[in-house]
Design a protein. Structure first.
Ligand code: TXA
Ligand code: MG
Length: 368
C-alpha cells in the first residue's frame, strides 16, 4: 500500500523516491501522471509493468522549463521554441528528435522524444526537487480512462506504485495536446486543451491532423506515428455508441438555434428508442448528455432506471472536458452495460472532447 499525501509536504519524499528509481503518481493540470526517472531505463520498465502497458508505447518526458530541453534533444527548431514560449508551462507536448541521453526504453524504441512542461505547482516542484526529467504516462491501468483525481489512481494502481501526491481534482481533465515537429510539416498527434487553431496561429501555417485521430482503429500491422494510437484507450467497460445528427455534419457543425433544437430532438428520440431496446434486452443503460438536452431523456422504464449523466453546458466546453473521465468511471462503478452519448461540434475545445468520446465508443457512431 503506497502513501497518499495531500499538499506540497509530500513533494520532498516523492522526489527521493524518483531519484531511487521508484514510481510516484502526481497531479498535473491535465490528468494525474505516473512518474519515474526518465533517464533510467529500469524505471521506465517499472512504469510499463505497473500500468500493464505494452513497452513500445512511448512515454512523455516532463521537464520544469524550456532550459531543460537542450540536453534531451538532438535538434531544437525555432518552431518548437515559439510554441514553448507561448504555451509552456501548459497542456502542450512537443515531439522532437532525442539526444543520446534519453534511453530508448523511455521512448518506446523511437529516435524521438515527447516533451512537456506542466502548468502545475506540485508537478513543477517535484521535477525540480528530483533533479531529473520525469517520464510519466497517465496514472491509469492501460485501457481505462485517465485519472482526474487521486481516488482514480488508487482505484487502478493501489499496491502497484510507491507514492501518490494528491492535489484534488485536476483543472483540464483530458491529456495534453501532442504536436510532432520532426517532419516537414507540424502534425497534431493528439488533440487537447491547446487547440489546433491556436497552434496554427502561432506557427503561421496549417497543422496536419494525424489520420489515426479521425479514423480510429489502425489496420492490423500498420505502423502508427504515435504508437499509443494502436491501443484501445480511454474506454469504459460498457459498450458505448455516439449518436450524431446528420445535419451537424452537413452544416459543418455551425447550426443556428432552430437547427440545433431540431438536431437535439432527433438525437434524443433515437437515444430514447435505443435505450428502451437495450433495457428490454436486460442491460443497464447510461446516457451521456449536456445541460441543454438533459430534459429530453426518459429517466426510466417501469421501475428500471436509466443512468443519465451530464457532461456540462455546451456553452462551457472546458467543464465538459473536466467531467468526462470521472463520469465514464462512474458508469463503470455502476456496472452499466451500454452507454449512448450525444455528439458535439468538431471545433475548438469540442475537437478533443469528440476525440475522447469516439475512442471511448471504439468508433461506434450512429448518424440519425
Ligand atoms: O497530459 C498528459 O500528456 C499526461 C500527463 C500525465 O502529463 N500524460 C499522458 O501520457 O497522457 P500518456 O502516456 O497517457 O500518453 C503518451 C502518448 C503515447 O501514447 C503516444 O501516443 C505519445 O504520447 N507519444 C509519446 N512519445 C512519443 C513520441 N516520441 N512520438 C510520438 N508520440 C509519442
Ligand atoms: Mg494514457
Amino acid at each position: 500500500m503506497e502513501t497518499v499525501v495531500k499538499g506540497i509536504e509530500g513533494v520532498l519524499e516523492a522526489a527521493e523516491i524518483i531519484r531511487q528509481g521508484g514510481l510516484v503518481a502526481f497531479p498535473t493540470e491535465t490528468v494525474y501522471g505516473l512518474g519515474a526517472n526518465a533517464l533510467d531505463p529500469a524505471a521506465a520498465d517499472r512504469i510499463y509493468a505497473a500500468k500493464g502497458r505494452p513497452s513500445d508505447n512511448p512515454l512523455i518526458v516532463h521537464i520544469a522549463s524550456e532550459q531543460d530541453v537542450e540536453p534531451l534533444v538532438s535538434s531544437f527548431p525555432d518552431t518548437a521554441a515559439r510554441l514553448m514560449r507561448r504555451f509552456w508551462p501548459g497542456p502542450l507536448t512537443i515531439v522532437l528528435f532525442k539526444s543520446a541521453k534519453v534511453p530508448l526504453r523511455t521512448t518506446g524504441g523511437l529516435q524521438t522524444v515527447a516533451l512537456r512542461c506542466p502548468e502545475h505547482k506540485m508537478a513543477l516542484r517535484l521535477i525540480e526537487e528530483s533533479g531529473v526529467p520525469i517520464a510519466a504516462p497517465s496514472a491509469n491501468l492501460s485501457g481505462r480512462p485517465s485519472p482526474t483525481e487521486a481516488a482514480h489512481v488508487l482505484e487502478d494502481l493501489d499496491g502497484r506504485i510507491d507514492f501518490i501526491l494528491d492535489d484534488g481534482p485536476v483543472g483540464i481533465g483530458v491529456e495534453s495536446t501532442i504536436v510532432d515537429l520532426t517532419g516537414e510539416s507540424p502534425v497534431l498527434l493528439r488533440p487537447g486543451a491547446v487547440t489546433k487553431e491556436e497552434l496554427e496561429e502561432v506557427l503561421g501555417r496549417e497543422v496536419e491532423i494525424d489520420p489515426a485521430i479521425l479514423q480510429g482503429d489502425m489496420e492490423e500491422g500498420a505502423q502508427p506515428k504515435a504508437p499509443g494510437m494502436k491501443y484501445k484507450h480511454y474506454a469504459p467497460k460498457a459498450q458505448m455508441s455516439l449518436v450524431t445528427a446528420r445535419v451537424m455534419k452537413e452544416k459543418d457543425y455551425l447550426l443556428n438555434a432552430a437547427e440545433q433544437a431540431e438536431a437535439d430532438e432527433e438525437v434524443a428520440d433515437s437515444i430514447n428508442k435505443e435505450a428502451e431496446i437495450s433495457i428490454k434486452a436486460g442491460n443497464r443503460v447510461g446516457i451521456l448528455c449536456c445541460e441543454e438536452t438533459k430534459g429530453r431523456y426518459r429517466t426510466g422504464y417501469g421501475n428500471i432506471k436509466v443512468r443519465i449523466k451530464v457532461l456540462g453546458s455546451r456553452k462551457d466546453p472546458p467543464s465538459m472536458l473536466r467531467n468526462l473521465y470521472r463520469l465514464l468511471r462512474e458508469f463503470d462503478a455502476e456496472a452499466v452495460d451500454e452507454i449512448f452519448s450525444e455528439s458535439y461540434s468538431e471545433r475548438g475545445l469540442f475537437f478533443p472532447l469528440m476525440n475522447r468520446l469516439r475512442k471511448a465508443a471504439g468508433m461506434r457512431e450512429m448518424i440519425v
